[in-house]
Design a protein around this ligand. Sequence first.
Ligand code: MN
Length: 283
Amino acid sequence: MKICRFDDNRLGLVDGDKILDVTSALDALPAYRYPLPRTDQLIENLDMLKPRILEAAKSAKCVPVSSVTLLPPVANPGKVVAAPVNYKAHLEESRADVEINHNRQVIEIQTIGMFLKATSSIVGASEGVKVSLPERRNDHEIELVAIIGKKARNVSKEDALNYVAGYCTGLDMTIRGPEERSLRKSLDTFTVLGPWFVTADEFGEPSGQQMVLTVNDEPRQNANTRDLILSVRDLISWGSTFYTFQPGDILMTGTPEGVNRVVAGDTIKATIDKIGTMSVKVR
Ligand code: MN
């Protein structure tokens, strides 16, 4: 299943270039009072909701994908975990380009580990990326994103993919410069998720996925997730030795080579075959 959130917090089942409005399935979610759980309720209850989504789809109103505002497919992630320099060719380009490394040693992921992005930076495809510091270099980074489905603590590599609810495309937008990654990658709108998520059962194996990113239809990034230094399995297993992954947590798996700047007016198109194309305007 391809599941999206759109317009006024509606829930959609994506079918080709159409969206079936299955918002009524959300009526099955438990009611909450303050304080709210630090998990995403759609993702945490996805197994319970799936048959209700399919049932609601039978009599659902249908709208073209092109007519809606696409929201981030996960509304309330507790944390956004991201993998730095997780492709060898991107490690090499980062070491070679002073505009990327700012005269700092680019340390390998096996040593430096992962970092966190602010959840306030998350937007859906339709909101677009806002360049609020135009004097700095603002870069695109296409990434395969795994959405954690179940509480995961000290999980083995063999078992790790059983903790994934689904996958979507991510843009880990980045300002180059001397500051910590968590600051440079946490500006408002700098975590674009979408255009929807594909459930793990439909998506299958996360390795071997081709990713293509264009800016104004000009090719910039084109790589395959089989070249990840640490695989999705490795990242979940290793990360879960430090912290507990919760349902709805976002895992950005790292960008391949070809990162480069965008400016206001550009259109980014990010494609992962099994997900589709996410078109994002820069403003
Ligand atoms: Mn990244």
